[in-house]
Write a protein that binds this ligand. Structure first.
Ligand code: HEM
Length: 140
């Protein structure tokens, strides 16, 4: 889905992490919060092993990012969490992220979800929530 085809609602929501009660069963398929913690460890390892994404994360506080991602994905999947991290647009504004880097990150997330045995349909439910965030993240 590209920015031009997005509804104004999803464009506005892109800055935050909307909760969707329909995704509660998906939260369980991710293994709840412990599952998300394990997933984020593998996801960050993949991002650091990937030449396309490593430069963005090499100097960042990766433990902090992982913790924020756990909370953010937990909220998106209607889990019992609160996201207290930064606004998506603000945090990514000066990182110079392009579509190729965004796609690389999604691939690294998919590899991590496969490794953690997240069912394919559950993976796609999460990815469908992340895709509309790309206008907030991609700046070039
Ligand atoms: C839908 C896609 C994305 C989501 C949901 C997301 C989510 C997040 C979250 C929750 C944080 C932590 C915010 C905080 O510290 O309070 C963060 C930080 C960060 N993200 Fe993303 N991100 C996405 C895409 C990307 C992409 C494509 C890249 C680069 C390839 C990237 C690079 C970074 C970096 C480097 C930081 C740390 C920035 C800093 O410490 O100042 N992100 N992201």
């Amino acid at each position: 889905q590209d920015a031009a085809s997005m509804s104004p609602e999803s464009a506005a929501m892109a800055a935050s992490a909307p909760r969707d009660p329909a995704l509660k069963p998906v939260f369980d398929q991710f293994g709840g919060k412990p599952g998300l913690v394990a997933l984020m460890n593998d996801f960050m390892a993949n991002l650091m092993a990937d030449a396309r994404t490593r430069p963005y994360f090499a100097a960042a506080d990766r433990e902090h990012i992982k913790a924020e991602l756990v909370d953010q994905f937990c909220v998106i999947l209607d889990g019992p969490c609160t996201y207290t991290g930064k606004d998506m647009e603000k945090v990514h504004r000066n990182l110079g992220i392009n579509r190729a880097a965004f796609n690389a990150l999604v691939e690294d997330l998919q590899t991590a979800m496969d490794k953690n045995k997240v069912p394919f349909r559950a993976q796609n439910k999460l990815l469908a929530k992340l895709a509309p965030m790309h206008p907030a993240v991609i700046t070039r």
